[in-house]
Design a binder for this molecule. Structure first.
Ligand code: NAP
Length: 265
């Protein structure tokens, strides 16, 4: 697909999946707008993408702050006139038990991962509907379908993202605007550098590269599907958990004890 002349906004574009998605869209000739809190890192990404000779615009913004997202939306729409693809990818996780994590830590994950997505959609959706075209890609997680112990508030934010997206997809039928969720398993990014993960192993042999997930994000931007699970076979694990939870729950419980032990080591 050729994205020449198309405007792609990506949140969380200073690192990992967002950074790689920006590169994949730039390779397809899209003009990309990079959003995250860290202006310096965004400038570095923009510099790296200059070799693709598309327009790259950097806008520092904390998506958990409604006022900042409003301002960011106004600036982008005034400058570019429209947005063709919005990738809601900014997010993070804190690993701790519900008993030990603070309320503020729980709220912060919800504010970025869920409300940040909602603020961005509220800012760009009216223009997409007016032009009767556009696509929203929400980066959730398999943790949006399976509750992972030690990650309750993170899972809640991703379950919420999936439910919101499913509802919105019904509302968007026939409008020319689409929405697709990308739900990966573990990915080798800076996600696990958060101090709450302690000395837990960051990656397993099945961890994905950010390029694999970024390719799914690009596919999602022109997909009619509501959710793309990466890798696809993990959809089976989700189906098993939803259909026969009593078989999978002891395995998840075992994982929890193992992860808490390695965190303490
Ligand atoms: N890595 C995994 O195993 C995995 C698996 C499934 C889903 N995911 C999801 O994939 C998405 C991307 O994560 P990643 O793995 O690529 O991690 P990452 O390398 O840590 O990237 C996270 C990105 O989000 C940005 N960000 C965080 N809080 C923000 C805020 N309040 N406002 C704006 N930007 C913010 C960060 O930039 P700044 O610090 O510059 O703001 C960074 O660019 C997340 O939504 C995550 O939940 C990750």
């Amino acid at each position: 697909m050729d994205y020449s002349g198309k405007i792609v906004v990506i949140t969380g574009a200073s690192s990992g999946i967002g950074e790689q998605s920006a590169e994949e869209f730039a390779k397809l000739h899209a003009d990309v707008i990079l959003i995250s809190r860290n202006a310096e890192k965004l400038e570095e990404v923009a510099k790296r993408l200059s070799k693709y000779h598309t327009k790259v615009f950097v806008h520092p913004c904390d998506v958990s702050k409604k006022d900042q997202v409003d301002t960011m939306g106004k600036i982008i729409l005034a400058k570019f006139g429209t947005v063709d693809v919005l990738v809601n990818n900014a997010g993070f996780g804190i690993h701790n038990t519900v008993n030990e994590i603070t309320i503020e830590e729980m709220e912060s994950q919800m504010m970025t991962n869920f409300f940040g997505m909602m603020y961005c959609i509220k800012v760009f959706l009216p223009k997409m509907l007016e032009q009767r075209s556009g696509h929203i890609v929400n980066v959730a997680s398999v943790a949006g379908s399976i509750g992972i112990p030690g990650m309750a508030s993170y899972c809640a934010s991703k379950f919420a993202m999936l439910g919101f997206s499913e509802s919105l997809s019904h509302e968007l039928k026939g409008t020319g605007v689409g929405i697709t969720v990308v739900s990966p398993i573990m990915v080798r990014t800076n996600f696990f550098n958060h101090k709450s993960f302690g000395s837990m192993p960051k990656y397993s042999s099945t961890s994905l590269s950010s390029k694999t997930v970024a390719n799914a994000v690009v596919r999602a931007a022109s997909s009619h599907r509501i959710e793309i699970v990466v890798p696809q076979f993990v959809r089976l694990a989700i189906w098993i958990k939803q259909t026969i939870p009593y078989l999978i729950n002891p395995i998840i419980g075992g994982m929890f004890r193992k992860s808490m032990k390695s965190k303490a080591d």
